[in-house]
Design a protein around this ligand. Structure first.
Ligand code: MN
Ligand code: MN
Length: 266
């Protein structure tokens, strides 16, 4: 199993603050930093036990052509036998990523971590808003099952959307890591960093108190048996970070996601 990093430097569908476009470079720097090593918690090491390549950043222009560029890069990774880990960018990017993988493998099952369900039909006049990707994914039939956890912002509209699409939402008010179901393959994992409590991930545009610790999140993630067909880490905003805490968290998640892919393929 090879893992391919794909940088998606875009803020094209951010709604409140900009900043996520600078994320891929900052996450790569944290990943390459001598502050730590390449080991995941399973002991598998990125670059040693897990073959690893970096496609660099896509030349996104914040225009209409961006989704097609993202789809093509993800399809290219999957067709070459590599498992894509995409570094956003705002959460819009998940729509074209999932579209590309669903075209190759049929509808996916998705494990989605976020403070927000991102199910708006049309947020502030932008149907491709970072508040809407999962509405678009479900409408297109690109997911068979969508399991969301970390959620703590469910308003009436998004609750109705979740019912309409049959989304399985595990809200923070009831959170217990062992109760979150891990969907069966083909499994895709989308991680919005604002899903963490802001104390653990201050580098996001939308601070939402009441989220889980990193450890609680990992109690869910490390239950994934693998393999996974792809993953993304989105909404990192370096301009809001404190001492790079969130960049290091994102880099750790790259290692843990890569280890899941490797674990499932051996
Ligand atoms: Mn969010
Ligand atoms: Mn999101």
């Amino acid at each position: 199993m090879r893992v391919r990093l794909i940088g998606l430097p875009t803020d094209s569908h951010s709604s409140f603050l900009r900043g996520a476009a600078a994320a891929p470079a900052a996450i790569r720097a944290a990943l390459a930093s001598d502050h730590g090593n390449a080991a995941s918690e399973s002991g598998l090491e990125l670059g040693a036990d897990i073959a690893f390549e970096d496609a660099g950043d896509l030349p996104l222009a914040e225009g209409e052509g961006d989704p097609a560029l993202i789809r093509a890069a993800v399809a290219d990774a999957a067709n070459s036998g590599a498992m894509p880990i995409s570094l956003g960018g705002d959460h819009m990017v998940t729509g074209p990523i999932v579209a590309a993988l669903a075209e190759l493998r049929g509808p996916l099952n998705i494990l989605h971590f976020d403070a927000h369900p991102d199910l708006y039909d049309d947020f502030e006049g932008d149907p491709l808003s970072h508040a809407s990707p999962f509405a678009r994914i479900m409408e297109a039939g690109h997911a068979r099952r969508l399991v969301q956890f970390g959620i703590r912002t469910l308003n009436r509209h998004c609750r109705e959307q979740a019912e309409r699409f049959g989304v399985e939402i595990f809200e923070m008010r009831d959170f217990a890591p062992e109760t979150v179901p891990i969907p069966e393959p083909p499994l895709y994992i989308s991680i919005d960093l604002d899903g963490f409590d802001p104390a653990f991930a201050p580098g996001v545009s939308h601070h939402e108190p009441g989220g889980p610790t990193v450890r609680e999140f990992l109690h869910v993630l490390l239950r994934v048996p693998g393999p996974i067909v792809g993953a993304d880490i989105v909404e990192y905003n370096p301009s809001r970070d404190v001492n790079g805490i969130t960049a290091v968290l994102a880099a750790k998640l790259v290692k843990e996601l890569a280890a899941l892919a490797a674990k499932g393929s051996t």
